[in-house]
Design a protein around this ligand. Structure first.
Ligand code: TTP
Ligand code: MG
Ligand code: MG
Length: 449
């Protein structure tokens, strides 16, 4: 599930005498480390997480084959013998790695790499399926620990946060090291997981600093360290320079952050536009004014899936239809679980040539019902090319409004809330669909898949 957060800033008043200290904390090999809590026998081994989703009984058959005389049913995960775990070499498919243990990374394996490609690099690596519920559980746990100690925290996703140390007890001592150590220790005591923390004058530098001493490291950075610690790093390390910009910078002969800092700012503006050009120059000098955002609402929720083989709308209509419906059901249940309705329905398709297209439509009313989402998403299929083979399919709900359990849907400002409205939302959207269907009788509105 993908979550996007808008930027809601809360300026933090600073006491005279205190200097701005911002921390970025990122868990080490997060999904893999959570899995190792369940399977401590895999500690120190190359392990990758990806491919299928976890099932409770997934190793039963292999355990039975290993020793049919033994009753394996209540075997604790930590007692599963090593030879039971599938190795990368046995994997066939198009799944990608979510993350890998540090032992696996030594073979050149990393996030987003295809499992089959990784298998060539380290065929003996253990392959574990993903278990998002478990990662979310630990995500909540470690964030709760931080909130107890340093409550000015910005949630930046499943395994990382920014924390404003400026006014927090211990946040100024040794540039933030004392507080960072305390947080690391408390997280480890509560979860047995390690993390790395960077503390710096701003978010941009803190994010880079948290990577410098990974895993289980702390990096304290001051403005005076920018030239020695940050300038030798590749430009790609700056959060905000993606692969495309990096390519363009390389074409200009700019590889390192120091080279970017010393590049003529006017030329950067000429190449990248006023805003981004100026931002690139400032970022390379370690300048960033962004505040730590302590409250955020998701602006969209989405689900997508990559097929094992590319599918054709004509020949695989039924399969595509099933998957499409399932994605809508998942998005609807995500919305319900998180307490939202959405006004914008979107679809995403990736073709066999990796070209991605998205289409969306914004409705008059917010909806959350799987069938309605399916209907509106289905309409969007008419606006995409279905002659090409499809590699990935996704469904997204945007323009979210919160459903306050007592008051019906509310905007993030608390407006337009009433139970009656929720009812109205659904019935009027259903009416709209029904009238639309009636006016399209005679096969005009036939499902594309
Ligand atoms: P990261 O923090 O980028 O990576 P990590 O925690 O696994 O390792 P590191 O010690 O370098 O921080 O991502 C956090 C989790 O998000 C990661 O464990 C798995 C997931 N993830 C993906 O599913 N796909 C990806 O491409 C990336 C980068 C991460
Ligand atoms: Mg991490
Ligand atoms: Mg991370």
């Amino acid at each position: 599930m993908l979550l996007d957060a808008p930027s809601v800033t809360q300026p933090i008043p600073e006491k005279p005498g205190s200097i701005r200290r911002i921390a970025h904390l990122d868990m080490d090999a997060f999904y893999a480390s959570v899995e190792l809590l369940r399977y401590p026998q895999l500690k120190g081994l190359p392990v990758v997480i990806g491919g299928a989703r976890r099932r409770e009984d997934m190793y039963q058959e292999r355990l039975m084959a290993l020793d049919p005389t033994r009753d394996w049913r209540n075997t604790p995960p930590s007692d599963i013998p090593l030879e039971i775990f599938p190795r990368l070499s046995t994997y066939v498919g198009r799944g990608v790695i979510t993350t890998a243990t540090y032992a696996a990374r030594q073979f050149g394996i990393g996030s987003a790499m295809g499992l089959m490609k990784a298998s060539q690099l380290c065929p003996d690596a253990v392959l574990l399926p993903v278990d998002f519920d478990e990662y979310r559980k630990y995500s909540r746990l470690f964030k709760e620990v931080i909130m107890e100690i340093a409550p000015v925290m910005e949630d930046r996703g499943v395994d990382e946060v920014y924390i404003d140390f400026t006014e927090t007890a211990g946040g100024q001592r040794q540039g933030g090291r004392v507080l960072a150590r305390l947080i690391q220790k408390c997280i480890f005591d509560a979860t047995q997981l390690t993390c790395s923390i960077g503390v710096a004058p701003n978010k941009l530098l803190a994010k880079m600093a948290s990577e410098i001493n990974k895993p289980n490291g702390i990096c304290i950075l001051y403005e005076k360290d920018i030239q020695t610690q940050i300038w030798p790093l590749p430009c790609r390390k700056i959060n905000g320079i993606g692969p495309k910009t990096d390519e363009r910078l390389k074409a200009l002969g700019i590889n390192l952050i120091g080279e970017l800092a010393n590049y003529d700012p006017q030329l950067l503006i000429a190449y990248f536009g006023q805003n981004y050009g100026r931002w690139l120059n400032r970022a390379a000098h370690g300048l960033d004014d962004a505040q730590v955002v302590t409250y955020s609402e998701p602006v969209s929720l989405s689900r997508e899936t990559t097929f094992e083989r590319d599918l054709s709308a004509r020949h695989d209509k039924e399969r595509l239809g099933e998957v499409f419906t399932k994605l809508c059901v998942q998005v609807a249940s995500d919305l319900q679980r998180k307490g939202y309705l959405g006004k914008t329905v979107g679809i995403k398709l990736k073709y066999d040539n990796f070209k991605t297209v998205t289409r969306d439509q914004t409705l008059d009313m917010a909806i959350g019902d799987a069938k309605l989402i399916r209907q509106y998403a289905g309409q969007l299929l008419k606006r995409v090319d279905l002659n090409k083979r499809i590699r990935l399919l996704g469904v997204r709900m945007g323009s979210l409004v919160r459903v306050d359990s007592s008051n019906g849907p509310v905007g993030s400002d608390g407006s337009e809330g009433s139970k009656g409205l929720l009812q109205g939302v659904k019935s009027s959207a259903i009416e709209k669909i029904e009238s639309h269907n009636q006016s399209n009788q005679g096969g005009m509105n036939q499902e594309l898949f």
